[in-house]
Design a protein around this ligand. Structure first.
Ligand code: ADP
Ligand code: MG
Ligand code: MG
Length: 213
């Protein structure tokens, strides 16, 4: 079961890298309004390195945790920047919950996503409303968990949570940034969504397309 999961992780990260390539210019433009403009390029470097590492691990027969941990290390090493470190934390936390040998259930995925949210919030110290990727991660994780606990299957629950996440990410346009590089230009960001929230939502939508295949 875990080897099938590693193959799904590999396919998901390959699709994520392609989706990020297509969105990179727009992510960079959003980041340039109140940040330093490198979110597109950083996510491209990180997601490509993560996908390559996941492919190598899955082909070598690694389980889910090892595949995600290798992807996490490669992503944070190659991306640079805050978001790269946070994506490393997220993939590592998800992997720790899934393990290498256990069967991967919808409950395990939902709990792993909650633990990824907790890891980002512990590492970055952002709260909901600070105009960061947490404003997309928290609604996604909480909606996914609620649906899985209510008995929805993983695909349906993930798809619905990803749709909710997309509107939450877009709603960050209304907020002023308070953390990180964007802080000194906080007011300038009003009207533009947080790039890290938008890329997180794009990634959840992309993974849903892979789960639905
Ligand atoms: P950098 O800010 O180092 O240039 P990126 O441009 O790749 O890195 O990523 C910026 C994104 O990182 C922001 O849009 C925001 O979503 C996220 N981010 C920044 N600081 C934090 C934090 N403390 N907690 C959570 N997310 C953060
Ligand atoms: Mg940046
Ligand atoms: Mg930067």
């Amino acid at each position: 079961a875990s080897r099938a999961t590693a193959a799904l992780i590999d396919a998901s990260l390959a699709a994520v890298a392609a989706a990020i390539d297509a969105a990179a210019d727009e992510l960079g433009r959003m980041d340039s309004i109140a940040g330093d403009g490198d979110h597109g390029i950083g996510m491209q470097r990180g997601s490509r390195a993560g996908a390559d590492a996941a492919r190598a691990a899955a082909e070598a027969g690694a389980g889910a945790q090892t595949t995600l941990t290798r992807a996490a290390d490669a992503w944070s090493d190659r991306a640079g920047g805050t978001s790269g470190a946070l994506w490393g934390e997220m993939l590592r936390a998800l992997g720790a919950r899934l393990g290498d040998a256990e069967a991967v259930t919808a409950e395990a995925v939902a709990e792993g996503v909650e633990q990824a949210k907790d890891a980002v919030m512990a590492f970055g110290k952002a709260k909901v409303g600070d105009k960061t990727m947490v404003d997309a991660i928290a609604p996604f994780a909480d909606d996914l968990a609620r649906r899985v606990v209510a008995g929805e299957g993983l695909r349906a629950a993930w798809g619905a949570a990803a749709g909710y996440c997309e509107s939450a990410a877009q709603s960050t346009a209304e907020l002023a940034a308070t953390l990180g590089r964007a802080r000194s230009h906080g007011d300038k960001s009003i009207g533009t969504p947080d790039p890290g929230a938008i890329s997180f939502a794009l990634i959840t939508q992309t993974v849903h397309r892979v789960l639905a295949q």
